[in-house]
Design a protein around this ligand. Structure first.
Ligand code: MLT
Length: 409
């Protein structure tokens, strides 16, 4: 008899964004004439930029001739791309990272979700609350939690992110082994300062813990005082892994390319306390389970780091940031407490009611989709998240509709 992994039965019935998508689909079926504006899932809407498209076409053309055709590439990514990433994203900005420490993949969602596989069943895990659900759900699937009670999985350390701490939690006062951090944060849009990250790096050293740092939104940082990478913090190379993605920074949600940086210094420990190389472990896993991103996509990704590609990608992020500012200002002018929308494409706000109730009202009355805050964790109850990844005209129309709905409250 084929039996299921019992841990799957602990999961909430559906992944957050699938539940949102189903509700939206039902709304459209029942209201085929009503317009809909999507500010829910963080999915980009604007086309790939000219420099990227040109390289993408060139990559496809190379696949069309025997002389330039490529079969399997290196699982970790082509050297040309790994070198560009290390230089442009890290070395030129003062963070030491070598090309060999960059692992190219098809998504930060997959990498952040898969990474837990490398660790023992009984490690102690800390996650912020609210949090990107992938970090929690993948540990539930792996059997590292108890059951879901009152909105939380037993056995996890939840780090409350709230207005009191500016949505940037401090290390707990007990030891944990694995810590998930994401800045600029999904969903709250909050950013961590260098001092905030220093505290986490010191904590990780003190407890021989590991930080999984999700920097998928770093391209939206404009404040020069804010760190873009955890590797800007001294000592982070021994205790942190960083996840990056071109999904939001260069419009690759449908094209797929991300990268994970694992410094060679990071050590993890076996049952006897002997240090092991995390870089070697991930390399072993990656080469066994992944066959690389397609060549044309890597070629297109390389163009993101060209002089023209950098200007175009920055302009794309600036466009979405302007949207975020419009949303943020509208809600804050109505007297609501707002976080994010500055240095971040997400606007997070306290709706003053149950998150799903607000979601349903906004969808059914105004045809605007948001993401209910409670879907990111118990501490998100009462909040909603707006994504700025839409066309300007839609955002302008959406804020009028949001204003209308909020004025009814
Ligand atoms: C989000 O809306 O939180 C993101 O689009 C999710 C993701 O990147 O997987």
């Amino acid at each position: 008899m084929i039996r299921v992994n019992p841990n799957y039965q602990k999961l909430q019935s559906s992944y957050l964004f699938s539940t949102v998508a189903k509700k939206v689909k039902d709304f459209q079926t029942n209201n085929p004439q009503k317009p809909l504006i999507r500010l829910g899932i963080g999915d980009v809407t604007r086309a790939l930029s000219p420099a990227i498209i040109k390289a993408f076409h060139e990559g496809v053309d190379e696949m069309a001739a025997d002389e330039t055709f490529k079969g399997y590439g290196p699982e970790q990514g082509y050297s040309f791309l790994r070198e560009l990433i290390a230089e442009s994203d890290f070395v030129s900005k003062g963070a030491k990272v070598s090309a060999e420490e960059v692992f190219v993949s098809d998504g930060a969602k997959c990498d952040t979700g898969n990474f837990q596989e490398l660790f023992s069943q009984d490690i102690r895990i800390a996650v912020p609350d609210p949090v990107y659900p992938v970090y929690v759900d993948t540990n539930v699937m792996a059997g590292r939690t108890g059951t879901f009670v009152d909105g939380r999985y037993q056995g996890l350390t939840y780090l409350d992110s709230n207005p009191e701490n500016g949505f940037v939690p401090s290390p707990p006062n007990h030891a944990v082994d694995l810590i998930y951090l994401c800045f600029p944060n999904n969903p709250t849009g909050a950013c961590a300062s260098k001092d905030d990250l220093k505290k986490w790096v010191e904590y990780a050293h003190q407890h021989k813990a590991l930080i999984l740092f999700d920097a998928a939104y770093e391209a939206f940082i404009r404040d020069p005082a804010l760190p873009h990478s955890i590797f800007e913090i001294e000592g982070a190379r021994e205790v942190a892994v960083e996840f990056r993605s071109l999904s939001k920074s260069a419009g690759f949600t449908g094209t797929r390319l991300a990268y994970t940086v694992i410094p060679k210094e990071v050590k993890v420990y076996d049952e006897s306390g002997n240090a092991q190389s995390l870089h070697e472990m991930w390399n072993r896993r990656h080469t066994t389970k992944f066959n690389g991103v397609s060549y044309p996509v890597q070629k297109a990704a390389g163009a993101v780091f060209s002089a023209k590609g950098k200007v175009e990608s920055k302009a794309l992020c600036d466009y979405y940031l302007e949207n975020a500012l419009i949303i943020r200002k509208t809600i804050s002018d109505l007297g609501y407490k707002v976080s994010g929308g500055l240095d971040s494409p997400y606007v997070w706000f306290d709706t003053g009611m149950d998150s799903w109730q607000f979601f349903d009202r906004l969808l059914n009355n105004q045809g605007v989709v948001c993401t209910p805050g409670v879907g990111f964790g118990q501490s998100g109850q009462g909040y909603a998240r707006f994504s700025a990844f839409n066309h300007r005209q839609n955002v302008i129309e959406a804020v009028e509709l949001i204003k209308k709905e909020l004025s009814r409250s």
